[in-house]
Design a protein around this ligand. Structure first.
Ligand SMILES: [Zn+2]
Length: 309
């Protein structure tokens, strides 16, 4: 019935706006980037939040009863193959810098914390600001003093993260909108990165976070290519929670902005940005790819062993 109402009236349906949306099954995925301390005088964002603020986020979510899940459990849940847990949450980190490793080690000991990191194939292990063409003075000084934190995770680091319960996915071979890459070349890059990850980590990646991840940064053809190469999860940055069971790719994520207060993050986790994110997504239906059939009765399945680390 709710699905019928939504189909008939969409977001204009007052019943939907006034409350039925709250009864829906939704799963939040947070998208973080860097974890770097405050740099006084900084004028240009490095898409970072201070590690202490990130710990407050994790602490707040833990106190609210949220459970940090891994990719395998996440996939089963969004496909409706295990029971939806309204206090499940997936934390993701894009770009894959070493700053994550230090924080991860500490938080994994303190909380039942786990997250997924999306790495850039051609950047693994490389030093420098990587994605940022120019840094302002405070960031340059920080880079000079803490070069290690500005280096991309190498395969050894990624194995260490795996040992701490992290999942690893791809964030492109280069950090550019995939729509700018010729589909043949895109396929070649995916295969190259998949082989490299298989050799270094023992598995082919099956989750992909689209660089930039909004409207013009990808096409349906690129999504089809990813699915054809075995990527079962593809994430965008359309800021809303995922409706469960999910039937289309890419899957939206809630992007955590630099210095975002825990209260703002929590409001989004409980759905504050769903309507806007959904609206943006619906504006470009040609950019979504149906991969799973809707309406199938969910099959209860156990979470595979070893995923609840
Ligand atoms: Zn990125």
């Amino acid at each position: 019935m709710r699905r019928w109402l939504r189909r008939q009236f969409g977001l204009l349906n007052p019943l939907y706006v006034c409350g039925l949306s709250r009864m829906e099954r939704k799963l939040p995925v947070l998208c973080y980037h860097r974890l770097l301390p405050d740099m006084p005088g900084q004028t240009k964002s490095c898409m970072h939040i201070p590690p202490t603020l990130f710990e407050t986020h994790v602490d707040r979510l833990s106190r609210l009863g949220f459970r940090f899940i891994g990719l395998e459990e996440f996939e089963l849940m969004i496909r409706g193959q295990i029971r939806h847990d309204k206090r499940a949450i997936l934390l993701t980190f894009d770009d894959g810098y070493k700053d994550l490793l230090l924080v991860y080690e500490r938080l994994a000991k303190k909380y039942a914390f786990r997250a997924t990191v999306f790495v850039i194939g051609s950047a693994v292990g490389k030093p420098g600001p990587l994605l940022l063409k120019s840094l302002d003075q405070p960031a340059s000084e920080h880079l000079a003093r803490h070069e290690d934190l500005w280096t991309a995770l190498d395969w050894h680091d990624l194995r260490a993260l795996q040992g701490l319960g992290a999942d690893v996915g791809m964030h492109g071979h280069v950090h550019s909108p995939v729509s700018a890459i010729d589909p043949q070349e895109f396929r070649r890059q995916i295969l190259k990165d998949s082989e490299a990850m298989k050799a270094a980590l023992g598995f082919r990646p099956w989750a992909f976070a689209l660089p930039y991840g909004q409207g013009e940064s990808y096409t349906r053809q690129h999504l089809q290519e990813l699915v054809a190469r075995g990527f079962r999860l593809v994430f965008s940055t359309h800021s809303s929670r995922i409706r469960v069971p999910a039937t289309h790719l890419p899957l939206p994520r809630l992007v955590v902005q630099p210095d975002e207060a825990p209260s703002v993050m929590c409001r989004n986790v409980f759905g504050a940005s769903d309507i806007i994110g959904e609206f943006r997504r619906r504006r470009s239906p040609e950019l979504s790819l149906q991969t799973w059939s809707p309406g199938k009765r969910p099959v209860e399945r156990r979470v595979p062993r070893g995923t609840d680390r």
